[in-house]
Design a protein around this ligand. Structure first.
Ligand SMILES: Nc1ncnc2c1ncn2[C@@H]1O[C@H](COP(=O)(O)OP(=O)(O)O)[C@@H](O)[C@H]1O
Ligand SMILES: [Mg+2]
Length: 451
């Protein structure tokens, strides 16, 4: 049976000179860094949903605004009540469907293990449980997503020429490849690499911050998977083949390579490489099948929809993309090959070289910490798992489905720090909420309102 988990990519540049769409979150305004401590307009409590969010986090975080929406839930910008520091929080609404339990555990565990060890991956801070939400608090990326960044560039260049000079695209691409290489070296595939999940720091030049480990998966000896997962425009032919052949078997690391190639292509020319033209995919409505048809029809550089833009690309980057968009995944270039490719090693302008050198030096320090095993913790995993099971328990199910009132809404029930594994974590009996009240060795003491 094929398990299909597909997140739809809102078409960015459909058709040459097509409409530019910014993300639903209006992340473009995320490009203006929000200063800590400044008076901000807070989220209003007009809806029950907002009320439950604001009340649930009260005392710990003030909720500023919605940053983005996705399949699992919404991500908000919040401010720590004590330190005024900004954080992003991904809120997953309770009651938690049982089928989500494993996936959410995996997302939080993998991101906790990887985030702190690499500067280009969003670092999770803590996981919190309120009466109505499970929340993942993480480092806030004030630069918005690459989607909003390149949408702005598309407007500026009016669809003529490259969206960004090749050295700037290389500067971002290097960081993404390094982050993904880091994931692969730790036996994790991301499986949803795309512009929307590639965020930017508030620095100048901005740093890449990879987010959304919702589809990520660890592996033991074999990095092959059968689950049809990802976003159609970024899926490798081994995944889109599921629609045509009824099954998928793919090397997750090579699927990540393919997705990074799509991201690079769109960042440079503003077009998806396997966007089917209307003739070749006429009558095909399924987005995955459309991509599969185009992938198997001809090479990316023969796609008639791209032909006006290709003359702007250098021979080196064309060669790299040819090697990434190799249909046969065994022949497809791997991350190591990308890093050794001449385009990847081309000189960039001095400020981009300097920022890259600094990043690499900082990473060496991080690598030493990771080598000491500081980011793995069975105890932390057990605490996260218990908290998620608790969120899915009958008690929370009941509470979360009652109308939002003062009686049903309570502030953060429990919070577990995710940064640098701790010696001790709260261990609680998932069957009983009452036991929750008695744990004493939590990361931060929860402020508990009536239960
Ligand atoms: N740490 C963050 N900083 C800033 N914006 C974020 C952060 N995390 C998520 N977002 C915004 O929220 C959107 C959805 O978050 P994501 O983790 O990708 O959730 P989903 O799994 O629902 O796609 C992102 O595309 C981005 O615009
Ligand atoms: Mg996402």
């Amino acid at each position: 049976m094929i398990i299909s988990v597909v997140s739809l990519n809102w078409p960015l540049f459909r058709g040459w000179m097509g409409q530019c769409m910014s993300t639903a979150n209006g992340a473009a305004d995320g490009q203006r860094p929000i200063q800590s401590g400044k008076a901000e307009k807070y989220l209003d409590s007009k809806t029950d949903e907002n009320k439950a969010i604001i009340e649930g986090l009260a005392g710990a975080y003030k909720v500023l605004k919605l940053l983005g929406s996705g399949a699992e839930g919404n991500t908000y910008l919040v401010q720590d009540c004590n330190t005024n520091q900004n954080w992003a929080i991904k809120l997953i609404k309770l009651p938690l469907p049982t089928r989500f339990v494993q996936a959410i555990f995996r997302e939080i565990k993998l991101q906790s293990e990887l985030g702190e060890g690499h500067n280009n991956i969003i670092t999770p801070e803590e996981v919190v449980l309120t009466s109505h939400y499970l929340g993942l608090v993480m480092e806030f990326a004030p630069g918005g997503s690459l989607t909003s960044f390149i949408t702005q560039r598309f407007r500026e260049c009016k669809g003529v020429g490259l969206l960004m000079p090749e050295d700037e695209a290389l500067y971002f691409f290097k960081q993404l490849v390094n982050a993904v290489d880091y994931c692969h070296r730790h036996h994790v595939v991301h499986r949803d690499l795309k512009l929307d999940n590639t965020l930017l720091s508030g620095t100048n030049p901005p740093l890449i911050k990879l987010c959304d480990f919702g589809f990520a998966r660890g592996w033991g000896d074999d990095s092959h998977f059968t689950t049809v997962i990802g976003t159609p425009d970024y899926m490798s032919p081994q995944i889109t083949a599921a629609k045509a052949q009824g099954k998928a078997l793919y090397d997750g690391t090579k699927a990540d390579v393919w997705a990074m190639g799509v991201l690079l292509c769109v960042s440079l020319i503003g077009k998806f490489p396997f966007e089917g033209d209307s003739v070749s995919t006429m009558g095909v409505n399924d987005p995955m099948k459309k991509i599969w048809v185009q992938q198997n029809k001809s090479t990316w550089s023969n796609n008639s929809l791209l032909k006006d833009q290709l003359p702007y690309l250098s021979a080196e980057v064309m060669d790299l993309l040819d090697k990434v968009f190799e249909l046969d995944e065994q022949k497809r270039i791997d991350v190591k090959g990308i890093k050794a490719h001449p385009w990847f090693n081309k000189a960039m302008r001095p400020e981009l070289e300097a920022a890259t050198a600094k990043l690499e030096a900082d990473q060496l320090v991080n690598d030493k910490k990771v080598a000491s095993g500081a980011y793995h913790s069975k105890r932390r995993d057990a605490a996260i798992s218990n908290l998620i099971k608790l969120a899915a328990s009958d008690e929370f199910r009941k509470r979360a489905t009652e109308p939002v009132t003062e009686e049903t809404t309570f502030q953060i029930w429990s919070r577990i720090g995710l940064r640098t594994a701790l010696e001790a974590y709260p261990v609680f009996d998932k069957k009983s909420l009452k036991n929750m009240l008695s744990f004493t060795d939590g990361f931060k003491q929860p402020s508990i309102k009536a239960a």
